[in-house]
Design a protein around this ligand. Sequence first.
Ligand code: ATP
Ligand code: MG
Length: 350
Amino acid sequence: MTDLLLLPGDGIGPEVTAQARRVAEAVAPDLSIAEALFGGCSFDAHGTPLTDEVLAAARSARAVLMGAVGGPQWAGAPRDRRPEAGLLNLRAGMEVYANLRPALCFPALADASSLKRHLVEGLDFMIVRELTGGIYFGSPRFIEDLPGGGRRAVDTQVYTTAEIERVARVAFQLARGRRNLVHSAEKSNVMDSGLLWRQVVTDLHAREFPDVRLEHILADNAAMQIVRDPRQFDVMVTDNLFGDILSDAAAQLTGSLGMLPSAALGDAGRPGLYEPIHGSAPDIAGQGLANPLASILSLEMAFRWSLGRPETADRILAAVVRALDNGARTRDLGGDLTTVQMGDAVLVAL
Ligand code: ATP
Ligand code: MG
């Protein structure tokens, strides 16, 4: 059985994933690692971004580490066979409904004056975004012409008790290993789905997690507080749409896109999908300029949440911190290390 399936993908994906692979081999030589085509490269080889074989391999691995997919050369492909469609199918096929997006600011970077604009020193919170439900998937959904002229567009937000409960459970469990605080963000003042969200989270809290502090917050206020005082947060759980927006806002507080990992988790015992939040960065692909730390930190999350080796995850995180403390910087961090040299710096720190 494969422990870790690598899907390097397109653009800078293969460059950054190669560095994560070196780290994985160093910290866990016993791990069985496989690699497969996914995204534009799979479209070129097989006419589809995600073959049935690769989806089956992903579902039967213990963890999947993805690089990035897409690029201008596939923009003309049929919509359902674009790399991005492959990613949605992979997420759906793996049934990963809880998207963990850490907003973590590394102390070593808080001094970099070139980056200082967006940094919040001491920031360390986690957004848990519901990933497979809500307004992105609800029906009906259509655009239609109106008899009197003009058009009408309809999207539908649907959430069931079960969908809310399973993602909230992930958030409460996470908080127990952190600062024991969960903020649940919704718009219960104007939306019925928000009202149900609040009720389900409240009930689950009382039933299973009375030891965790729970705060309800309206999503608009959450946006304001993320900008005003983000250090008050530990774990924030929210729906698909609000999570998309709030996690992008939070990401801006940490310094660089090249630093931020993410995890998508399903039920306990099912494989998680790990990937940097950055894209395939066609503008710098193939030049050895990409920062591999988001990929290495995604690997760190895989060890923590899917591979059952939290102490190995701690080692990787400590090595990244030490490499940054030692001054290792790729170009996006204001330095001149190549992708491979940044990988070297992490390995030396290990
Ligand atoms: P996508 O649509 O795939 O999300 P995007 O248009 O949002 O892509 P990215 O590919 O994430 O954009 O790139 C945005 C910018 O950030 C680019 O200028 C890119 O070079 C830079 N960038 C992204 N990832 C990294 C990285 N790992 N290291 C350095 N720079 C990066
Ligand atoms: Mg993007």
